[in-house]
Design a protein around this ligand. Structure first.
Ligand code: ZN
Ligand code: ZN
Length: 235
């Protein structure tokens, strides 16, 4: 923490007190959830399907039906919490509120689940027009916060979106797959690194799969999806 920041701290806390990313209420310290929000979050452990880590009612470590039918290009998914009311509100507050502090809160929940020696964090990119109009890529904010915690880099110039895609909300899995197909490209060759592909919300995995495919084609060794929240299908 810089001396200037420490000096300014009481003033900053007065103007911008730390807030809970779930409900926006003031909390006593930075990068915390308030107790009611924390209690409502459904934290995931990471065990489940060998491929996509979705919790399974049968034995962990097997491969789930969708992954058997169509194996994804990524090698695993690390999600902090199951998608639900609070998780959704956190994602929306980060996306539209542009509070990088919320990205650091998310990173502090995710960091203990991640390996510190992974080479590179790469965020799921926004198309440049969308980035220009919104001015903020929430996945990049989470990736930057995580990379900083682990002393590695987060690069948003390696994976790019070559065309704008409509919002995937309301589409089924195959519609999503068709929409994001060939929407991504890489700008450099990778050297077999393990990549943490960072996203905010993992729904069907169509976007992450399309991103992982081009990263692998560019030479990535492993691609693990890292996200704040994922939708848990009930099947
Ligand atoms: Zn709260
Ligand atoms: Zn699976």
């Amino acid at each position: 923490m810089s001396p200037v920041y420490q000096l300014m701290r009481p003033i900053l806390d007065y103007v911008l007190p730390p807030r809970c990313p779930g409900c926006g209420n003031v909390v006593e310290a930075d990068h915390r959830f308030c107790v009611p929000c924390w209690q409502q979050l459904d934290f995931l452990t990471g065990s489940g399907c060998a491929r996509c880590s979705i919790p399974m009612s049968v034995q962990d470590g097997l491969t789930c039906g969708p992954c058997l039918g169509s194996p994804p290009s990524f090698d695993g998914v690390i999600a902090a919490v199951a998608y639900g009311d609070i998780a959704r509100r956190v994602a929306l507050r980060l996306k539209y509120g542009r509070r990088t502090g919320f990205a650091r809160t998310i990173a502090s929940v995710l960091a203990p689940r991640l390996q510190s020696d992974v080479a590179l964090y790469i965020p799921v990119p926004l198309h440049r027009w969308r980035l220009w109009s919104r001015g903020f890529n929430q996945s990049h904010a989470i990736g930057t916060a995580l990379a900083r915690l682990h002393g590695v880099s987060c690069r948003s110039d390696i994976l790019i979106r070559t065309r704008a895609t409509p919002p995937l909300r309301g589409m089924n899995a195959s519609e999503r797959q068709r929409t994001v197909k060939s929407a991504f490209a890489t700008t450099i060759k990778l050297q077999g690194q393990h990549i943490y592909l960072v996203d905010d919300v993992f729904t069907t995995g169509a976007t992450a799969d399309a991103c992982a495919r081009v990263l692998k084609r560019a030479g990535a060794g492993r691609v693990t999806v890292v996200c704040w929240t994922r939708v848990i299908r009930d099947d």
